[in-house]
Design a protein around this ligand. Structure first.
Ligand SMILES: C[S@@+](CC[C@H](N)C(=O)[O-])C[C@H]1O[C@@H](n2cnc3c(N)ncnc32)[C@H](O)[C@@H]1O
Length: 263
C-alpha cells in the first residue's frame, strides 16, 4: 500500500476489501467529517436517549453497520461489558475509531472492521444491530430494515437513522436526486413488514441537522488549513453544496431515528 498510514494492528480488514481504493474513495468524507464524533444529525443527548432505548447490558452483542467514528459503540462499551463490532468501508474512520477506543478506557470490547456493511455480521445473531445514516447500503429504508432484522437475535433491538418526508410535506417538491423519500407512516410499515415489533420513532432535538451541516463546514475548513490547495478548495465547495442542499430540503425533509424489536 502506498501513501496511507498503516491501520492500527487490531483492525480487521474484511476479505475482498480494496483497502487502497477505499482510502482514496473516502478521502472526501474524511475532509468533511474528521472533526466530529457523531457523523449524523443527532446531538449527544439524542445518542444517549437512543442507547437507553436499545437497552444494552453486560454480555450484549452489538453490531453497528457503517459505524463512522464509532461513537455509539464506544458510549455503550464505556458502561457495559459488551461484545461490539463496528463495520465501515472507510479506513479513515475505522483507524480513528480504533485509536480513540484504545484511549477511552472502555469496559466492553469492540472490534473494528474495514469492509462492506452489506455482507457483514450475517449468521451470528446480535442483540443490538444499528445503522445510522447509511441507508444507501441496502438501497433505502426498507432494505435496511430487512438487513437489520435478518441480523438480530430473537428479542434483539435494531435502530435505523435516515431521512423521511416531513408530515404534510408535498412529495412532488423533492429534488430528483432523492428519488422517492418515504413518509413517517411508510417507514413504520416497512419496519413492521420486516417482521419487527415495538416500532418507535425517537424525538430528536430540533436543530440537530443544522448543527451537523455546521460541523461539516468546520471540518472542511480545518482540513483546508492543513492541506491548502486545489483539493481543499474542492472540498470547501462540496461542504457549501451540502449547506445549499440542506437549505433547499429542510422544509420538507427531516432526519429521523427508528428503533424496533425482533419478536
Ligand atoms: C453519514 S456517515 C454515518 C456514520 C455513523 N453511523 C454515525 O452516525 O456517526 C455514513 C458512513 O457510512 C460509511 N459507508 C458508506 N458506504 C458504506 C458501505 N457500503 N459499507 C460500510 N460503510 C459504508 C461511510 O464511510 C460513513 O462512515
Amino acid at each position: 500500500m502506498t501513501g496511507y498510514p498503516p491501520l492500527p494492528p487490531d483492525v480487521v480488514v474484511l476479505p475482498g476489501t480494496d483497502l487502497e481504493g477505499e482510502w482514496e474513495r473516502f478521502r472526501i468524507f474524511e475532509a468533511l467529517h474528521h472533526g466530529m464524533r457523531i457523523c449524523n444529525p443527532m446531538t449527544d443527548t439524542d445518542l444517549d436517549a437512543l442507547i437507553a432505548r436499545l437497552d444494552p447490558a453486560d454480555g450484549t452483542r452489538v453490531l453497528d453497520l457503517a459505524c463512522g467514528h464509532g461513537e455509539l459503540l464506544m458510549r455503550i462499551a464505556a458502561c457495559y461489558r459488551i461484545e461490539g463490532v463496528g463495520v465501515d468501508l472507510s479506513p479513515w474512520v475505522i483507524a480513528r475509531a480504533a485509536t480513540t477506543a484504545a484511549r477511552r478506557g472502555l469496559v466492553g470490547s469492540v472490534t473494528w472492521y474495514v469492509g462492506e456493511a452489506r455482507t457483514a455480521g450475517i449468521g451470528a445473531p446480535w442483540q443490538i444491530v444499528t445503522c445510522l445514516g447509511a441507508p444507501w447500503v441496502w438501497h433505502g429504508f426498507g432494505g435496511t430494515a430487512r438487513a437489520l432484522a435478518e441480523r438480530a437475535a430473537p428479542g434483539g433491538r435494531i435502530a435505523i437513522g435516515d431521512l423521511r418526508l416531513r408530515d404534510g410535506a408535498d412529495v412532488g417538491a423533492i429534488a430528483e436526486e432523492h428519488g422517492r423519500v418515504a413518509t413517517r407512516h411508510e417507514q413504520a410499515v416497512m419496519l413492521a413488514e420486516a417482521g419487527l415489533r415495538d416500532v418507535h420513532e425517537l424525538e430528536l432535538a430540533p436543530g440537530g441537522w443544522d448543527a451537523y451541516i455546521d460541523r461539516i463546514a468546520a471540518s472542511a475548513q480545518a482540513w483546508a488549513e492543513l492541506n491548502a490547495g486545489e483539493e481543499a478548495e474542492r472540498y470547501l465547495a462540496e461542504s457549501e453544496m451540502w449547506r445549499n442542499d440542506h437549505e433547499r430540503d429542510r422544509g420538507f425533509l427531516t432526519w429521523t431515528v427508528w428503533t424496533a424489536r425482533r419478536p
